[in-house]
Ligand binder design. Structure first.
Ligand code: OAD
Length: 328
């Protein structure tokens, strides 16, 4: 996709966008860190983003980008885990209205795919199923050395308990299944994009600077000219992504949650934040982890303060459940 494509006259206003959403059946939504900002997770490249605000000195790293660099992680995984502990400790993680809007599109059988560059897993928490996490996910782990899968529940629990770097039986460090810089994208991504490029009838790009090549940029480059494409972002694209701006038929600038509210209102759909009914898989995982942590905290306190009968009762009520994590 570049500035040479002629913009579609038939898709040039907000009303046209609303009409296209209403009539389309195979929408591809491409998302980035901007849609999770209202969930309390900073994006990467804004002034308040991770790359501009991380305390490199405290983490003992020369630059914030190295947090997601494979070679660096293999040498020293500590900074990544020190940095990401706050994310795992955030018990209140909830989808934004934008996540729920995408979920709503799916329940109306309009969503072909959500390609997300986010690794926070909130799409899964929102219950979006036609999902491709292009850059992976922070909630599953694999040994950086022998590639054996780690047990998410115990890894996250230990991280919350003492912040230690999770280790495999082979003594390699467990690495979250994020596509770090220096890694290749899974081949399933290309297969999925190829299939979807032949079927998509509308593209919405939301909350991304489009600065990371190789995945979603590739999708946009190969998109047939006739497919309408809409950008929803807080600010105009800049730097190397500026050329892509010219390829969008409509650009809606502002906080994505506010724009999504306007769209849903005009579509006459319910406010997306009122659709928090379906519990996605990751939400269940997080709730289990916290349930166990809280039970352990409580039983530790109970041992010292409660009468023996009380302790027994509490332990029974909160006994950690031995459940296996399903693969994601
Ligand atoms: P960026 O931080 O590069 O871009 C986020 C975009 O979202 C910016 O253009 C912001 O203007 C916009 N934005 C911020 N808040 C918004 C809001 N409330 N509403 C709408 N837009 C908003 O993040 P990505 O483009 O997602 O890689 O970055 C892609 C990849 O870069 C990430 O996956 C990450 C990073 O390196 C890995 O984690 C491996």
């Amino acid at each position: 996709m570049n500035g040479e494509r002629k913009q579609l006259d038939s898709v040039s206003t907000v009303e046209h966008v609303v009409e296209r959403i209403r009539t389309s059946k195979r929408i591809v939504v491409i998302t980035g860190a901007g849609i999770s900002v209202s969930c309390g997770i900073p994006d990467f490249r804004s002034a308040n983003g991770i790359y501009n605000t991380v305390d490199c000195h405290a983490l003992n790293i020369p630059s914030a980008e190295l947090l997601f660099d494979l070679s660096f992680f293999k040498i020293d995984p500590q900074p990544f885990y020190k940095f990401s502990r706050a994310f795992y400790a955030n018990r209140a993680l909830q989808p934004s209205p934008t996540h729920l809007f995408i979920r709503d599109m799916e329940s109306r059988k309009k969503l072909l795919r959500n390609y997300t560059q986010n690794v926070d897993g909130i799409e899964q928490i929102a219950g979006i199923r036609s999902l491709v996490e292009c850059h992976g996910n922070m909630h599953t782990f694999r040994c950086a050395k022998c590639k054996k899968k780690g047990d998410s529940e115990s890894v996250i629990r230990r991280l919350l308990e003492d912040g230690s770097v999770p280790q495999c039986a082979c003594l390699g460090s467990l690495k979250p299944d994020i596509v770090f810089f220096g890694e290749v994208f899974p081949s399933s991504l290309e297969r999925s994009m190829q299939r979807d490029l032949a079927r998509v009838d509308l593209v919405l790009v939301i909350g991304t600077s489009l600065r990371v090549g190789g995945s979603v940029l590739e999708f946009l480059r190969r998109l047939p000219d006739a497919v309408p494409r809409v950008l929803i972002n807080k600010e105009a694209l800049s730097g190397s992504s500026k050329t892509y701006s010219a390829g969008f038929d409509v650009t809606l600038l502002g906080p994505c949650d506010a724009i999504v509210r306007i769209l849903t209102h005009r579509l006459d759909w319910p406010d997306p934040s009122k659709c928090l009914d379906r519990i996605g898989h990751l939400r269940a995982l997080r709730e289990r982890v916290y349930e166990v942590c809280e039970a352990e905290e409580e039983s530790r306190v109970s041992v010292s303060v409660a009468a023996p009968a009380d302790v027994g009762e509490r332990r029974t009520r909160h006994a950690p459940k031995k459940r296996r994590i399903e693969s994601m």
